[in-house]
Design a protein around this ligand. Sequence first.
Ligand SMILES: Cc1cc2nc3c(=O)[nH]c(=O)nc-3n(C[C@H](O)[C@H](O)[C@H](O)COP(=O)(O)O)c2cc1C
Length: 300
Amino acid sequence: MTKLLDMLGCRYPIIQGPIGEMNSPKLVAAICDAGAFGMLALGFISDLEEVKRLVKEARELTDKPFGANLSIMNPSTQGILEILADAGVKVVTTSVGSPRHIYPQIHTLGIKGIHVVLSLHHAITAVDAGADGLVISGLESGGLRSTNPESTTMVLVPLVVDHVNVPVVAAGGIADSRGYRAALALGAQGVQVGTRFIASEESIANQQWKNAILDCSDGDTTLLPQGNINARVIINPKLKEKLDNPNVDLSQEYNLMNAPQAWKSGDFDLFPASAGQVSALIKEIKPVKAIIEEMVSEGC
Ligand SMILES: Cc1cc2nc3c(=O)[nH]c(=O)nc-3n(C[C@H](O)[C@H](O)[C@H](O)COP(=O)(O)O)c2cc1C
């Protein structure tokens, strides 16, 4: 048993990547029941009653352990942590922000925390701040990225593994048993999977979003500048037009605040669908149980 599996309390070291404020307790429960680690995405939720409802629903749907992702910048995080502790949640992941002050609070509540980082420097800082594990998110991942020069999962995971003494989880580019086994070979104890679970049967993502992932080939995602961050998105015809026009300032063209509405409605002119480069490998919508079982299979 690895330290990570011991911490998560599940069968397979596969963590559901949080997707903005998109929450489905049914998806969380399906992932847990298939042996992996389901997670609520609480990073952008400020309404504590909504948090209680999501936690209760997930708890009613599965007797397996599940976790939650928190954003350190979210002013409701302390209240959310207390709700999670009361509900018996034992592991959270933390994103976006300095982990220094939150880790003592997490530990006081009897919870373990895994911090999400995009670089070696931040990995070392997070361990110093008390993180019990790290999610190492490579450049190919879906979601928000920094504007710094970044490394791929293939480079960043072994680099961080060589410098820290806590379990490392690889995120970015993992959709099947090949990626899973590669991550373990790089020294990760587990993987975090985002895009592959968006394109699952149980995912509540809009059908157009799932189709956009299925239609992707290599080179069909790009980093869209959004002020001091980038968002990895799928290139659609409207975005392609802008990318081809040297007079367009992309950072002025889209507002990240529109992303939840765009993703809910499937109106990707409002904000493009977000997904990782691994979309190119995803050709079928499948139930999460089938995705997880294929991922942990020996493969060919
Ligand atoms: C649309 C979208 C939204 C995301 N939102 C979050 C988030 O709120 N917090 C977070 O820590 N990671 C977020 N991520 C990152 C995922 O949880 C996961 O780490 C990432 O998708 C892994 O890379 P993959 O897409 O190649 O599987 C998001 C990813 C996507 C595609």
